[in-house]
Design a binder for this molecule. Structure first.
Ligand code: ATP
Ligand code: MEV
Length: 334
């Protein structure tokens, strides 16, 4: 039994979407696949080959873990715990997703299962790997339990897990991964936008030193009440029009403006800024997608709009580059 959930890239509006401004984002052709198999024991096992982790738990241990994770999240909201201390290990996210789903559906398991999650999304790099991983897990477990479960429930359950990972998620990652396609997302609701037809490339600058959760908290401390979010909003609204009109030139100029705003909130490392400057000098446009980083020199994935694949430029910086396309389908059973 297998479910697949795509990652996402934000064309405009990361961070500002946390303050109820719009974001335009699209699902992409990189994804997480969740596979469920029956186990010989009565435990719930998580097999995470991408990070070489394998752990097994009894249902009782999972219930106990859920209570502790919820307590940690409350401590985070009260300012008594950092967001990185709410969940300790990657597997915690999937333990929480699983037990929240089971409790939410008022179901139990008759025997053990093995949940495997395998991804071709770079982890923690701005492409929504955590939301896609949890959604693939939820969809696969729901199918295994033969529950005809509504997309709204998957959205709510995945947000419960994203809160523990991100602190204050806007919901855009989960929404796009769940429904696929492209959308303008605002305050938990979305308008469908056609998938962009322009040439796009993803450049991997390395996994950021700060997690998305930490980065959002850092930005919030410095800019929560800043006027800059209105500037982000204007750019994002124009990006929506540019995508609808398939206006490549407008899109590039908006991407450049967006990049400058992201630099102002301090989430684009110096080395990445230099790379973007080189892309611009060659006639393209580029910006980080996702949270970026408030520390170190790696910024996660950078989106490039250009007539050419920027392989030589990327190589100069030790980065890798590949073309990217949209995913119209979202989370599904395969
Ligand atoms: N394939 C995977 N295997 C195991 N854990 C994963 C996998 N993909 C994602 N994760 C979990 O998700 C976390 C990364 O989530 P995070 O929200 O920081 O980044 P992201 O979702 O990739 O980027 P963003 O939210 O900025 O778009 C990892 O630390 C890990 O806990
Ligand atoms: C940085 C952010 O805007 C995007 C993460 O993919 C956080 C969020 O929307 O929850």
């Amino acid at each position: 039994m297998k479910a697949i959930a795509p990652g996402k890239l934000i064309l405009s509006g990361e961070h500002s979407v946390v303050y109820d401004r719009p974001a335009v984002a699209m699902a992409i052709d990189r994804s997480v696949v969740a596979t469920i198999e029956d186990a010989d024991d009565d435990q719930v096992s998580f097999d995470l080959p991408d990070i070489q982790e394998h752990d097994s738990f009894t249902m009782l241990a999972l219930q106990d873990f859920k209570r502790r994770a919820q307590t940690n999240y409350r401590l985070f909201l009260d300012g008594k715990l950092g967001i990185r201390d709410v969940l300790y290990k990657p597997v915690d996210l999937f333990k929480f997703g699983f037990i929240t789903l089971l409790d939410g559906l008022h179901r139990s398991l008759d025997s053990g299962i093995v949940i495997q999650l395998k991804s071709n999304l770079p982890v923690g790099s701005g492409l929504g790997s955590s939301a896609a991983a949890v959604l693939s897990e939820l969809r696969a477990v729901g199918h295994y339990l033969r529950v005809d479960f509504k997309p709204e429930w998957a959205y709510e359950f995945s947000l419960e897990s994203e809160k523990l990972q991100h602190g204050h998620p806007s919901g855009v990652d989960s929404y796009i991964s769940l429904y696929g396609g492209c959308a303008a997302f605002e305050q938990g609701k979305a308008r469908s936008v056609p998938l962009p037809r322009m040439k796009m490339y993803l450049v991997e600058t390395g996994s950021p030193e700060t997690t998305t959760g930490e980065c959002v908290v850092n930005v919030k401390q410095r800019f929560e009440n800043d006027k800059i979010w209105s500037d982000f909003e204007s750019v994002t609204r124009e990006v929506e029009s540019a995508v609808r009109e398939n206006n490549d030139a407008l899109m590039r100029s908006l991407l450049r403006e967006n990049h400058r705003l992201l630099c102002r909130i301090g989430v684009v490392p110096q080395k990445v800024q230099q790379f973007v400057a080189d892309v611009e000098a060659a006639g393209g446009a580029a910006k980080i997608c996702g949270a970026g980083s408030t520390k170190g020199e790696r910024g996660g994935v950078v989106l490039v709009l250009a007539d050419f694949m920027p392989s030589a430029l990327a190589e100069k910086y030790g980065y890798t580059v590949s073309p990217v396309r949209g995913d119209p389908l979202g989370t599904r059973i395969v």
